[in-house]
Design a protein around this ligand. Sequence first.
Ligand SMILES: Cc1ncc(COP(=O)(O)O)c(C=O)c1O
Length: 379
Amino acid sequence: MSLDDQQVPFSPPSVTEGDIERVVEVLRSRWLSTGAVSHELEERLAERLGAPFVVAVSSCTAALEISLRSLRLPPGARVGVPAWTFVASASSIVHAGGTPVLLDVEPDSLNLSPDAVASAIDAGLDGLVVVHFAGAPVDESIHALAAGAGIPVVEDAAHALGATDHRGQMSGAGTVGACFSFYATKNLTSAEGGALATHDEDLARFARSQRLHGLSNDAWDRYRVGGRTDYDMLEPGLKANLPDLLAALACSQLDRFDEMQAQRRALVERYRAGLSEIAGIDPLRGDDRSADHLMVALLDEGIDRTEVVGCLGAAGIGTGIHFRPLHRFSWFAEHAEIGPGGVPVSEALADRALSLPLHAELRPGQVDRVLDVLADAVP
Ligand SMILES: Cc1ncc(COP(=O)(O)O)c(C=O)c1O
């Protein structure tokens, strides 16, 4: 093992000289904010995903909020969301005027439970945010349940660029749309950024306007040579456009996205084989369709996660917790509703999930080192 294998960061972005060159090109061009490169990213993502429309925005959070706003929900509308997710999946519901209804997840995947969705629909839901947790698609039956009840579904695909399900790539087919994140730890990054993929032209138009104050045309239209001079404000929007400076990094990363995904898959397989030899810790259920965004494992009941994290940290190994379930945050505890069946699985597993280092530049030797330290750390 080389000396470098002793330090294992959790999820640093992969940044090549090619990425740097592409960003510098934008700096040299002097067009820094949203323009040709952001549009290039939209076109390439649309082609890759098979989505008729892709709108680049400043974050997945903005894509979620815009999608939910497009539903024009009545104040306090009840929108289901898994309890096991990042706060943004639910706070975007609040920003769109709704009330999050926290739903439980499956114990082996930590992905939304179809039973929890069915009971919530019976009790009355106005919308649903599904989260493809760790990059694994939600159960196909959830789409059928929502469609049968006429409930609009917004897909939080923050982890899911590169994932597939019964519909193929995550293009927002049959849902309001799929919202991606290009945050620094994601499989493809622009430092901060996101995109909405949709089959709905009206939503795409709404999103293009909402990402820029509700204006009818963007800076590219207004300021480029020969651009349009007339524009209007249709309704108040966000300031959530993706600048070319950031889009350039994502465009460059798209060139090697498949290669990075293949590296992630090989590392996940190595982890899974190694973890099967260690008592007291089990990976989540495997899924060939996953984007392999996170390597999440569950510690056996009674094992102290803080101690395990401490042992790994002492060995120079970074870890993450995905997620602290929403009902354990003060604001959601007070203001969110809990779905009809409660959230017993999320509560029982809240202190047992542990995310291990996973990123495109992680080396097999580093995975082995994590496994060695884990084998000693897990009693
Ligand atoms: C499940 C989930 N949804 C939404 C987000 C928000 O993404 P962004 O930081 O691009 O707004 C994250 C971020 O990590 C996430 O993990």
